[in-house]
Design a protein around this ligand. Structure first.
Ligand SMILES: [Zn+2]
Length: 270
């Protein structure tokens, strides 16, 4: 009698368990795999390299010019090294998208930026970037267009048509923004943006402070002017949405050998 009672109890529990498991299978919606859920990334580790000229300069004749210039051969070698080490060049928009939407970044992302809008970006850097399929951002000073040694409007339009190139602003006159009155500061931020936008027919979303000089107030005005990011010359690799108008970079100088380049990018592995 007692055995029968225990058997009935087990039978009832088993029936209910089977019933609820079946119910669960029918009514509980399938949860997406974790990889399908995108969460905004708060901090991203992306080296943002600063270049100026890509050209040959004899340091004995022009020391400062040589310091700002990476030879086409060295630049080519650096891009080859990046490829071999598995880096993928991304854009500043990719970082913004990672912050805002959680869009995943490649395993070893890197950003190449060029300050001042020199004409050798079109004649020397661009063919090497194309050879490697590498993306880059050029920060253009809008009033310098068509001046000797700077990009021409024609070159700017050719660059803007390439999916590899992001055109960005480096003010209207390359002024030290800390020295300007508010109305002049607004002109430097807004006029350069609207002139470049009118020329290339694309939005200009990114900005670099001339000489890397800025204050908290200037950073706030840059945001108000409608930019998405602003880069400095401060050294660093990590970027957060909070610091998007004070982004840090890694300067590549004329004398940066390939071993120094390696140390700058992978300091932990040395
Ligand atoms: Zn500059």
């Amino acid at each position: 009698m007692k055995k029968l009672k225990i058997f009935s109890m087990i039978l009832i529990v088993a029936t209910f368990t089977i019933f609820f498991v079946m119910l669960g299978e029918v009514s509980v919606p399938k949860v997406s795999a974790p990889s399908e859920i995108l969460t905004p990334l708060t901090s991203v580790h992306v080296p943002v390299l600063i270049y100026h000229y890509i050209r040959e300069v004899d340091p004995k004749k022009d020391f400062l010019g040589a310091d700002l210039s990476v030879s086409p051969k060295n630049f080519d070698e650096q891009l080859t090294w990046l490829e071999e080490k598995g880096y993928t060049t991304i854009t500043l928009d990719d970082i913004v998208s990672a912050w805002e939407k959680g869009t995943p970044l490649p395993e070893k992302p890197i950003i190449l930026t060029f300050d001042d809008g020199y004409d050798d970006f079109a004649t020397n850097a661009f063919p090497i970037l194309q050879k490697h399929g590498a993306k880059a951002t050029t920060y253009v000073v809008s009033s310098f267009l068509d001046k000797p040694h700077y990009l021409s409007t024609k070159q700017l339009l050719e660059l803007a048509a390439s999916p590899l190139i992001t055109i960005a602003s480096h003010t209207e006159h390359h002024a030290d923004l800390r020295t300007l009155k508010m109305s002049k500061l607004h002109e430097e931020l807004i006029n350069s943006k609207s002139r470049l936008e009118k020329l290339i027919g694309q939005p200009i979303r990114h900005f670099a402070y001339p000489y890397g000089r800025f204050t908290n107030g200037i950073a706030q005005e840059t945001e108000k002017a409608g930019y998405s990011t602003a880069t400095t010359t401060l050294f660093g690799y990590n970027h957060t949405p909070k610091n998007r108008f004070m982004m840090r970079r890694v300067r590549i100088a004329g004398a940066t050998s390939i071993s120094k380049f390696e140390k700058l990018l992978e300091p932990d592995l040395q």
